[in-house]
Design a binder for this molecule. Structure first.
Ligand code: FAD
Length: 490
């Protein structure tokens, strides 16, 4: 297909999206009364993060007539999320058929976008979605829905302006400013409520000798070098694949487990039941599910693993827990439960963690956020995995809850729409499969909260509404003609 054929296909799809929305009378008419605070207009909702979850949330809120919303992202346009920044896989792990952020609209799916440009046969031939194409799709989604997003804006700080108004300190190229919002959605991604998890044994090690798997890494500089990758997840394989392709002399995968996990358990039972049901499980059952999944672990994708193992200079060492890393000249000695390894560079593909205290922007709210470790988790529920114990204990629409009642009421207006919500809500705000269901749950909660908070104004609007449906000339009143003993024949 030529570029102009592709553009023509996309133009057709754009028309279809607009038509579908108009058939559904979407977006709904705006219905939230405007507010101001200290002479400044207040946003109904501010979303931090314009990755996939931020986009889906923004779109769903606008379709529901909550139009006084905006999303801010500190990344440049088209660079939001991991896809073309630190994601080092070639394709998505997810099957191409997932409907992702389409919000129930067929014309908004990746399939519609892809088929419009490349045709149905190309779609049939497509195996997995190349990550660059997924990013292109998200950029298209943003434009066709005319989503109000400002890039290169960073959230610096959150404060309670009042009990029900969030003050956000934001920074962009022109400086810092404060904005007010009635609801704040943190769609800040996998590292959104903490950061990279770095094992203690890497603390203090010369940064020239190691990096986290999500860091920017100069893979070109690893040509001819001996590299160790700690971990066996998808990120571990992707980083190893990159290092090998850029000419690493040797690469060892240091894997703590005795066996590689082979079965993707939670994906295996994926169903609308899981999507809508996890939230309503008793807490001990939620723990039981995610404890089991954490123990079983998620295998790296087959293609990513083959990308590594096809290199003769790649080695997999299982049952090989790293116990320490130290510098020896300009090399690193990696102590393990087997033998020490001497390498030039270590990549720690050790994941992320939930630690609000790690992020300066959450400093004022972090001490008040209730987590599962605050009396919800009990030892008889299962293993106390640190990332689960530190997970926020969220309310119905992803809102934070207070550790101590009445100490930080603004938390009920701050919604944790990112990976950290998994234990409370299931995977509705982190991965592609159920993000539309998550956006819908979030929107319903925010819509209900806004309506309830504005009930006096909404009632006033009810009273003031005076546009007649009947004009008074459609009937005549026969009551005055009634005589006391008249029998009315029907
Ligand atoms: C390497 C890798 C591969 C993955 N592959 C898949 C896959 O195949 N299938 C799948 O379902 N999932 C995959 N995931 C999970 C993936 O992260 C999510 O599907 C998707 O990115 C989630 O979208 P998100 O909006 O929650 O987070 P992100 O896409 O990470 O977006 C979060 C955004 O928030 C912004 N942000 C954060 N903090 C601030 C701040 N203080 N101020 C302003 N902006 C801020 C960031 O710039 C970022 O753009 C992968 C993740 C990684 C890391």
């Amino acid at each position: 297909m030529t570029r102009s054929d592709r553009q023509a296909g996309l133009d057709k799809l754009n028309t279809r999206v607009r038509e579908d929305l108009s058939y559904l009378t979407l977006p709904a008419k705006p219905w939230v009364p405007r507010q101001s605070y200290k002479g400044q207009a207040v946003r109904d909702v501010v979303i931090i993060g314009a990755g996939m979850c931020g986009l889906a949330a923004l779109a769903q809120l606008r379709l529901a007539g909550i139009d006084n919303v905006v999303a801010y992202d500190h990344a440049a346009p088209g660079l939001e999320g991991p896809w073309i920044t630190f994601a080092r896989m070639r394709t998505l792990r997810s099957p191409k058929t997932l409907t992702g952020p389409a919000l129930g609209l067929p014309a908004l799916t990746f399939r519609a976008w892809y088929t419009a440009q490349f045709g149905a046969e190309a779609w049939d031939r497509l195996d997995k979605i190349p990550k660059e194409q997924w990013m292109d799709y998200l950029v298209w989604y943003r434009h066709i829905l005319e989503l109000p997003i400002e890039n290169e804006v960073r959230l610096l700080d959150i404060e309670a302006a009042t009990d029900d108004l969030v003050a956000l300190r934001l920074e962009d190229q022109s400086g810092t400013r404060t904005e007010y919002a009635r609801h704040l959605v943190l769609a800040t991604g996998r590292s959104g409520l903490g950061g990279a998890y770095v094992p203690d044994f890497l603390d203090g090690l010369d940064p020239a000798l190691w990096a986290h798997g999500a860091d920017e890494i100069d893979f070109g500089a690893l040509k001819g070098k001996d590299v160790a990758v700690i971990g066996a997840g998808a990120t571990a394989m992707d980083n190893a694949g990159m290092a090998l392709e850029r000419g690493a002399a040797s690469l060892c995968m240091l894997i703590r487990r005795k066996e590689m996990p082979q079965i993707n358990k939670m994906t295996g039972i994926g169903s609308p039941g899981v999507v809508h049901g996890i939230r309503y499980l008793p807490d001990d059952w939620k723990w039981k599910f995610y404890d089991y999944v954490a123990k079983a672990q998620t295998p790296p994708p087959r293609s990513s693993t083959l990308r590594v193992s096809r290199h003769p200079n790649a080695r997999f060492y299982l049952d090989c827990a790293v116990t320490g890393v130290r510098a020896a000249g300009n090399r690193a000695i990696v102590e393990t439960s087997q033998v020490p390894f001497e390498v030039d560079f270590v990549i720690a593909a050790t994941g992320f963690r939930n630690d609000f205290f790690e992020r300066a922007e959450f400093a004022s709210i972090a001490p008040h956020i209730k987590v599962w470790g605050d009396g919800v988790y009990a030892p008889d529920m299962g293993t106390p995995h640190r990332f689960l114990v530190d997970s926020p204990y969220l309310g119905e629409s992803f809102e934070f809850q207070e550790k101590e009642p009445c100490t930080c009421p603004i938390l009920s207006r701050i919604h944790c729409f990112n990976d950290a919500a998994m234990l409370s809500h299931g995977k509705l705000s982190g991965d592609i499969p159920a993000v539309s269901a998550g956006a819908d749950r979030l929107m319903r909660g925010i819509a209900a909260s806004l309506f309830n908070a504005d009930r006096e104004k909404q009632f006033e609007a009810l009273q003031n509404f005076a546009a007649p449906e009947l004009e008074g000339d459609e009937w005549t009143d026969s009551t005055p003609d009634l005589k006391p003993k008249d029998k009315i024949a029907s």
